[in-house]
Ligand binder design. Structure first.
Ligand code: PGA
Length: 254
C-alpha cells in the first residue's frame, strides 16, 4: 500500500489583517515546534491566508516547517487580468501550494471545471501543489447525485500532468461548509473511495494522491473523520483561524 502523509490545510478565506495573520501563523508554528520532532513530522501542515498576507506570513514562518499556500490563482502567467494573481506570483511570495476550485469560487465567481483545470495546470507550471476542490450541493445530494457530480468535477478539473506530488483532491460537500454539519463517516468513505478509484484509473501515481475531507472539521469530529479509509487529511476553514483548534485537528490524525 502506498504511504500517504496526512495533510492538514487551513483555508483562512477572507479573514484577518496582517497582525492577526502573522500572529496566527506563528502560533501554529510554535505549537508544531513545542510538540517535538516526532509529532511535527507525522503530518504536513499548510496555511492558506488571504493574498495580501501570503508574503508576510511566509516570511514569518520560514524554516518552521509550516507551509503557506494561496486560495486561488489565475490560469495565465501574466497579462491584463485586473485583480487576479498568477501562480508564479504566489510561488515568489513563498507559497508551495494553492487551492483551486473551492466551492465559494465555483459559486461566487461562476468558475467551472475547465477553468479550474487550467488553474491547476498553471499551479503545476509554477511548481505549486494544486489542491483541487470538489463536492456536491445539498440539492444534488438529496437527488442522489453526489457521486455523479463529484465524478464529473474530477473528470473536468484534474489537468493532464497531475501526479501524487503536485496534486491533492479536497472533497468538500457544499452543504457541510461553514454550517457545523458534517457528512457521515459512511458518506465520506463512499465518496473518497469513488475519488480514489478515479485517480487510480487515470493517473499512474493515483494511489499516492492525497484526498482531504473538508466541511466543518473541528477538534470534536476530526478523529472520526481522519480514521475513514482514504481520508488523507483535512481542509479546514473556520477552525483554522484558531491555532489551538487547528493543531488539535492535526493531532487527531491516526
Ligand atoms: P469550514 O470550511 O471548515 O469552515 O466548513 C471548509 C472550507 O471551506 O474549506
Amino acid at each position: 500500500m502506498t504511504e500517504r502523509r496526512k495533510l492538514i490545510a487551513g483555508n483562512w478565506k477572507m479573514n484577518g489583517l496582517k497582525t492577526d495573520g502573522v500572529a496566527l501563523a506563528r502560533a501554529v508554528a510554535a505549537q508544531r515546534a513545542a510538540a517535538g520532532p516526532s509529532a511535527a513530522s507525522a503530518v504536513d501542515l499548510l496555511v492558506c491566508p488571504p493574498a495580501t498576507l501570503v508574503w508576510p506570513v511566509a516570511e514569518a514562518v520560514a524554516g518552521t516547517g509550516l507551509a503557506v499556500g494561496g486560495q486561488d490563482c489565475h490560469p495565465k502567467v501574466s497579462g491584463a487580468h485586473t485583480g487576479d494573481i498568477s501562480a508564479a506570483m504566489l510561488a515568489e511570495a513563498g507559497c508551495t501550494a494553492v487551492i483551486v476550485g473551492h466551492s465559494e469560487r465555483r459559486q461566487d465567481h461562476g468558475e467551472g471545471d475547465a477553468l479550474i483545470a487550467a488553474k491547476a495546470a498553471a499551479a503545476h507550471a509554477a511548481g505549486l501543489m494544486a489542491i483541487i476542490c470538489v463536492g456536491e450541493t445539498e440539492t444534488e445530494r438529496d437527488r442522489g447525485d453526489a457521486g455523479t457530480v463529484v465524478q464529473r468535477q474530477l473528470t473536468g478539473s484534474i489537468p493532464p500532468g497531475a501526479t501524487a506530488a503536485n496534486t491533492v483532491i479536497a472533497y468538500e460537500p457544499v452543504w457541510a461548509i461553514g454550517t457545523g454539519r458534517t457528512a457521515t463517516a459512511t458518506d465520506v468513505a463512499e465518496i473518497h473511495a469513488l475519488i480514489r478509484a478515479d485517480l487510480v484509473r487515470r493517473l499512474a501515481t493515483g494511489n499516492g494522491v492525497r484526498i482531504l475531507y473538508g466541511g466543518s472539521v473541528k477538534p470534536a469530529n476530526a478523529r472520526d473523520l481522519m480514521a475513514v479509509p482514504d481520508v488523507d487529511g483535512a481542509l479546514v476553514g473556520g477552525a483554522s483561524l484558531k491555532a489551538d483548534e487547528f493543531w488539535a485537528i492535526a493531532m487527531s490524525c491516526p
